[in-house]
Design a protein. Structure first.
Length: 407
């Protein structure tokens, strides 16, 4: 088989698999036409509303798998039909994105039902779990948290789509260049399609008339558990990094530079023993900065995720008033300090190394700016730790099951 034909066959299969109308079939199995029941949609949400949560979960899993499976096997299938077939269509990455797009479109416009399909959330989730597992994990976490906090499936789906694209753009250093661009384009276009499919839901959300799923026994315990878990991680991680790890790292490099050569420098001389102390301190600071600098993006990403989950869960209790409203304001303030501190910390990391630029003029300017921005960054970090600690203390006054169900 010619390589191009061998590459196109799996893409056609991807569409046909994605077009399998599991929601419609499960509904028919239960004697219900989902096009004529509930919201008239054949997706997992309407299936769960009309047929029951068990069948809604079955439809969701099946729809997710029909998105993931074609993307996972498309390259192997194409190359089995003709060695190197994936290269005929732009490479394995392009072939995977093509399979993802066609499986997704198959769900939206299934040939088996006259091109009348669902909204694509579950099938799209399946495709992105294979393409970008980390961003997809953050997106599905967002979906779960927003659903539990708001009980609006549509809002959870829209939020998850937005987080998916944002997480990919942040994680990819060059999202609009090869070989990442096809994935970026697919994520943006797919999320836009999901938003278009949810435009009626968005209007109802804004009007306050969107249907929420019914409350369920485990909702409040899960919300409370998530809230305490992320606040503990946020406060503990921030406190340990700022008052434990960072100071220990800088002290350690001072010791290494002043005591070397030793086993910690592989018994090599990294600076002459008779060097001036200011030169030793400068080297220790530069080495410590190069060690700590790469940690900051992950550190702030961890804080941002914890802050978002803490804020979303807290908002679910906002209507209860009193301490629950105070909780929201405290977490919102702490979140704002993280948002403000992230770019400042990146600038501090840049200036820390720029202080040792061979150009004396550049180095002098960097030293002056470093002192100011480092002070601001350190102050914001301390405020963040304090605010997160207050929020954690307020977690001792979380609502009980009966009180929370009134939200």
């Amino acid at each position: 088989m010619p390589p191009l034909a061998a590459a196109l066959v799996p893409l056609i299969v991807a569409y046909l698999v994605g077009a399998l109308p599991f929601g419609y079939l499960v509904g028919r199995f239960r004697g219900v036409n989902l096009f004529q029941a509930g919201s008239g949609n054949i997706g997992a949400t309407n299936a769960g509303r009309v047929l029951g949560r068990k069948y809604g979960a079955i439809v969701f899993v099946l729809d997710l798998l029909k998105g993931a499976a074609p993307v996972a096997v498309v390259v192997r299938l194409a190359d089995a039909l003709a060695p190197g077939a994936s290269d005929a269509i732009g490479g394995p990455g392009v072939l995977r994105v093509g399979a993802a797009a066609l499986a997704f479109l198959g769900h939206l416009f299934p040939v088996y039902l006259g091109f009348r399909g669902g909204k694509g959330v579950a099938t799209g989730a399946g495709t992105v779990f294979v393409l970008v597992p980390l961003a997809a994990t953050l997106a599905i976490t967002t979906w779960v948290v927003v659903l539990f906090a708001s009980r609006f499936v549509s809002l959870a789906s829209l939020a998850a789509g937005a987080v998916l694209v944002l997480a990919h753009l942040v994680a990819s250093r060059a999202p609009f260049t090869e070989p990442v661009f096809p994935v970026t384009l697919y994520l943006i276009a797919g999320t836009a399609m999901v938003f278009v499919k949810h435009r009626a839901n968005a209007k109802r959300l804004l009007a306050g008339s969107e249907n929420a799923i019914g409350d369920f026994p485990m909702r409040q315990p899960v919300l409370r558990g998530l809230h305490v878990l992320v606040l503990g991680l946020w406060f503990g991680g921030a406190a340990f990094f700022n008052f434990g790890a960072a100071t220990a790292i800088f002290d350690s490099f001072k010791e290494v530079v002043n005591a070397g050569p030793s086993d910690r420098t592989a018994y090599r001389t990294i600076i002459p023993a008779d060097a001036e102390q200011k030169d030793k301190d400068a080297l220790a600071s530069a080495l410590a900065g190069s060690a700590v600098g790469p940690v900051f993006p992950r550190y702030f990403a961890m804080q941002a995720v914890c802050a978002a989950i803490a804020l979303l869960t807290a908002l679910s209790w906002f209507r209860l008033g009193g301490v629950h409203r105070v909780r929201v304001f405290v977490i919102a303030f702490a979140t704002a300090t993280v948002i403000a501190g992230w770019p400042i910390s990146n600038e501090v990391a840049r200036l820390r190394l720029e202080r040792f630029n061979p150009d004396a003029t550049i180095a002098a300017a960097a030293k002056t700016a470093f002192v100011s921005w480092h002070f601001v960054s350190l102050g914001l970090s301390i405020v963040t730790v304090g605010a997160a600690g207050v929020a954690l203390a307020l977690a001792g006054r979380l609502p009980g099951d009966q009180q929370g169900r009134g939200v």
